[in-house]
Design a protein around this ligand. Structure first.
Ligand SMILES: [Zn+2]
Length: 213
């Protein structure tokens, strides 16, 4: 569902460009709004959310899908935790659909899906692991790396229930905007994948913006 936001970038309290292959890790307080902006188009932003006060409570794809009765995320989707509590709501979306089924890329899955020699290629899981190692103040650990959302990634489900990683439906300047329902940690891997079309084989930067409540 396409819903545009009235929030203006020049009024944002925080604006940070995240380079292709880099990560973003930060806290967003309850009531604040944030936007993930696809600067050049067709870029996947692999994202994890945690309760900032208790990272053991985190985004749950299964709870979110069950409660909304739909596998795609878009404006109106309430993102739920593994305690089935609302963590965030998508309040604006100019892309139209986001994936939460495909999972994030890892060196292991790259070798299974593509080739053994892909083992050394940079993957989202590496970026998350680097983030939790470089930012110990957030007290995240390897076991916190679980379900994720692939903002802007196009994973259509076939009539038979099959998953395909298809060419993206996002474009330059498209964005998704969320309101935090609790204090959350946001961990984004700006996906470096080069073996499937989630980034159009050309990873590009995104921008992360936060507005006060
Ligand atoms: Zn990735």
């Amino acid at each position: 569902m396409i819903i545009e936001s009235s929030r203006r970038p020049e009024e944002a309290a925080l604006r940070e460009v995240v380079a292709a292959g880099d990560y973003y890790l930060g806290k967003v307080n309850a009531g604040q709004y944030f936007r993930i902006l696809d600067l050049e188009g067709n870029q996947a932003a692999d994202t994890l959310f945690f309760n900032a006060d208790n990272p053991g409570e985190r985004y749950s794809a299964t709870d979110t899908i069950r409660e909304q009765g739909n596998v795609y995320l878009t404006a109106g989707s309430v993102l739920r935790s593994n305690d089935n509590r609302p963590m965030l709501e998508i309040v604006a979306d100019t892309c139209g659909r986001h994936d939460t089924l495909g999972g994030a890329c890892a060196t292991e899955s790259n070798t299974v899906r593509y080739d053994l020699e892909k083992r050394c290629m940079h993957a989202c899981r590496d970026s998350w692991m680097l983030a939790i190692a470089e930012r110990p103040e957030f007290a995240l650990s390897k076991r916190d790396i679980t379900h994720n959302i692939n903002f802007f990634m196009n994973v259509p489900v076939t009539e038979a229930g099959g998953l395909t990683f298809a060419d993206g439906i996002s474009g330059a300047g498209k964005y998704v905007e969320l309101r935090a329902e609790m204090d959350v940690l946001v961990l984004i891997s700006n996906c470096p994948q080069l073996n499937n079309p989630c980034n159009a084989y050309n990873p590009t930067p995104i921008e992360f913006l936060v507005w006060e409540a």
